[in-house]
Ligand binder design. Sequence first.
Ligand code: URA
Length: 262
Amino acid sequence: MPRLDQFLASLGYGSRREVRSLIAAGRATVRGAPAADPGEKISDDDEVQVDGQPLDHPDGLLLMLHKPAGLVCSHDAREGPSVYDLLPPRWRRRHPPVTSIGRLDKETTGLLLLTDQTILVHRLTSPRHKVPKTYRAGLDREVTAAQAEEITAVFAGGTLVLDGEREPCKPAELRWRDPRSAELILHEGRYHQVRRMFASRGCTVVSLHRERFGPLELGGLSPGAWRELPMDFFSREDGAGPGDGKPAPAVHRGKQIHPRQP
Ligand code: URA
């Protein structure tokens, strides 16, 4: 059981010191009574409030974000504006931190999952968990029908070894939409994988968008907006998530970020 001050600090209510002064000011209640002891042990059943409000996501966060272009998936401020800048300040102060499940490149757009559940990050990024991810790639040039066929066969073959690697890529499905764009389904996630796979066939990816992650798709989410998912979304047997009869969780718009020009 965590201490009250530790618990509130982990949910982003401030540093341990800030949380202790919040408690000293009588702003926190436990089971309806003002909390006096910052070291009080809190159990799952205890109703804790701050400023008369229930706690902000005490059981964790799992979000589906439509990542806009120009933001990095990094907590290092030196890398520029990040997807985390879109989130409310309290969520950015949580411990463990809210982090992405896998990464998308700065210029890649589309479906990105964010969570503070370290176990879920490990589970869904582990090579053993072969969750399919669907990307739409735009190329710098048109390919001929014969080239398209060759590229499709190479990607499906499970023998393509990327520059600097030893292990071949797992078989991937490629569906051409037109001579310069295609949908690619990967069952793994390597560094710049889509761009490097096409580069191995002499094509440069000029636009990249992740359309699906496992059973999830963005639907009507606009760039910069996110939707909360139930914490047990990926433990459900059907993995169906929202759309199982429960109302869809609300959509939130992140604050406007103006990515720095390169
Ligand atoms: N593959 C890439 O090359 N980039 C991404 O952002 C994701 C997959």
